[in-house]
Design a protein around this ligand. Structure first.
Ligand SMILES: NC(=O)c1ccc[n+]([C@@H]2O[C@H](COP(=O)([O-])OP(=O)(O)OC[C@H]3O[C@@H](n4cnc5c(N)ncnc54)[C@H](OP(=O)(O)O)[C@@H]3O)[C@@H](O)[C@H]2O)c1
Length: 183
């Protein structure tokens, strides 16, 4: 099963017939079914914390990662709605929307100004539990998300010019990752 499909146009996703159900199962169905399993005991105890990992790519439509982005938008919407439903029952549901964190999914690229180490990210993100129900997870990601929204509004990102710009940006990031993997 796949958690991401890399960066490509929808029809160019490798093994699309398998990638679509895999992505939906891994990123959407698992979250929904796990909630169905754990929530009843939490409600009975009137206490519980659910932290769901969405993604910055789920905050806006994400050209070149539409399938992944859409499943992460589901996670964010599901979590925020669930929070509203169960907050009064003592349950915290937090939606976390990271940018880039160095993990297997990001080919363990070396942490740098843009990429947070998994340990640092987890530490900062856990400190936000109970303070906010929707978070980028750490200050540097929150600042970057803020400036991305400000400087690259959604209408621009989805325009033909914005799409070309993102394609080039992703290509460069891919090259950076490839170089860092070779080192
Ligand atoms: N890293 C980032 O930059 C980033 C950014 C935004 C959002 N996220 C989200 O953060 C979450 C954690 O990702 P990560 O970066 O920590 O990636 P990761 O290091 O690759 O870890 C993913 C975990 O999910 C498990 N997994 C992957 N596919 C699975 C499947 N089909 N069925 C069951 N388990 C599966 C993996 O198990 P195995 O170890 O057995 O493979 C691994 O334990 C994901 O939901 C991801 O979308 C990550």
């Amino acid at each position: 099963m796949a958690q991401t499909t890399g960066l490509s146009r929808f029809l160019n996703i490798p093994d699309l017939d398998k990638a679509v159900p895999d992505m939906v199962n891994c990123n959407m169905l698992s979250v929904t079914m796990m909630t169905q399993i754990v929530l009843p005991q939490m409600v009975a105890r009137r206490k519980g914390i659910i932290i769901n990992l969405s993604s910055e790519l789920g905050r806006h439509p994400a050209p070149l990662a539409v399938l992944y982005g859409a499943t992460k938008a589901f996670v964010d919407f599901f979590s925020r709605g669930l929070e509203a439903e169960y907050r009064s029952r003592g349950i915290i549901v937090q939606s976390v929307l990271p940018l880039l964190v160095s993990t297997n999914m990001t080919f363990n690229v070396a942490p740098n100004r843009f990429v947070k180490s998994a340990e640092d990210y987890a530490r900062e993100a856990l400190n936000t539990v109970g303070l906010t129900s929707r978070t980028s997870g750490c200050l540097s990601h929150a600042i970057k998300a803020f400036f991305c929204d400000l400087l690259l509004p959604e209408w621009f990102r989805l325009s033909s010019f914005g799409f070309k710009l993102q394609t080039n940006l992703w290509r460069r990031m891919k090259d950076t990752v490839a170089v860092s993997k070779r080192k």
